[in-house]
Design a protein around this ligand. Sequence first.
Ligand SMILES: Nc1ncnc2c1ncn2[C@@H]1O[C@H](COP(=O)(O)OP(=O)(O)O)[C@@H](O)[C@H]1O
Ligand SMILES: [Mg+2]
Length: 315
Amino acid sequence: MSGFFEKQAARSRKLIATTVGDEHLQPDSLTPLQAELDALGTTGDSGRAPSIAPPGSPPFGPVVRFDRVSIAFSGRPVLEEVSFSVERGQTLCILGRSGVGKSVSLRMMMGFLRPDSGSIAIEGRELASLDEEGLRALRKRVTMVFQNGALFDSMSVRENVAFPLRERGGLDDEQIDRLADQLIALVGAEDVAEALPASLSTGRKRAVAMARALAAQPEVVLYDEPTTMVDPLIARRLGGLIARLKQQLGFTSIVVTHDTRIARQLADTVLFLHEGRALFFGPLPEFLAAKDAEIQRFLRLDAYRLPMKNPGHAS
Ligand SMILES: Nc1ncnc2c1ncn2[C@@H]1O[C@H](COP(=O)(O)OP(=O)(O)O)[C@@H](O)[C@H]1O
Ligand SMILES: [Mg+2]
């Protein structure tokens, strides 16, 4: 047995059960999914969307690298010479107030926006060098979980999750249904598999959007404000789900948020954007201990928020 699900299997067994909405996630729900994917030969790098790394590139470079990236809109600078990188399997949280260019950074990573100057490389490949076909390949490697879920309205939850499995080809209907059901179980949405997205709560939609993103078997999962517009309890559960998917499945994750609690829960590294600049880029503990006045102000905002409910006491 080989593949990217394998090395996380041992870890998956000692997972904390976590919940989204009011459904309990099964602590070992990954195991059947993994066995299934292995049986289908869909694990390992061959199972993931093909790497866009140029042939012969070193295997352990950063998955995402921004090098002095600048972008302005109508002459107004949004990012100025921003540099950072994300290693494989790590979670970067991009923090900063509204309007500092967090979403713009994600859109540049997917090649939807091009920087005015500087370079962006995914798996060592410079995005500026990609043609349309290259960008399509990129967007299979790097997928976004949108705030509103961006689910197809006319399709059931199961059909939404099955969609990327169908797209990748090579699976029959029965295999697709089985894998979709396992992904749905992984995010604790079994009870709504037949439902249309419109009938789901915001938190549920995001959990289903995560299952659909995973079905595409990307290398990098981008989350744009995954915990806004849901109550603190659901926010914490979604945070727990992101952490669990990262630990079990080894995805490289980039989480844009203005919520430092989510950053504390998830981040290996932090990029703090302020007035167009990367005011901080480095490991989470260093960020939390940073002396910079702006960072301290940002972290203190936490103190003015309502404390999080204890998930153990949730109904
Ligand atoms: N396509 C665009 N055209 C013009 N201005 C844009 C565009 N996209 C983003 N902006 C501006 O860039 C700034 C940063 O936006 P954004 O990255 O969405 O902020 P946030 O950090 O809140 O996600 C904002 O002032 C926004 O109005
Ligand atoms: Mg944004």
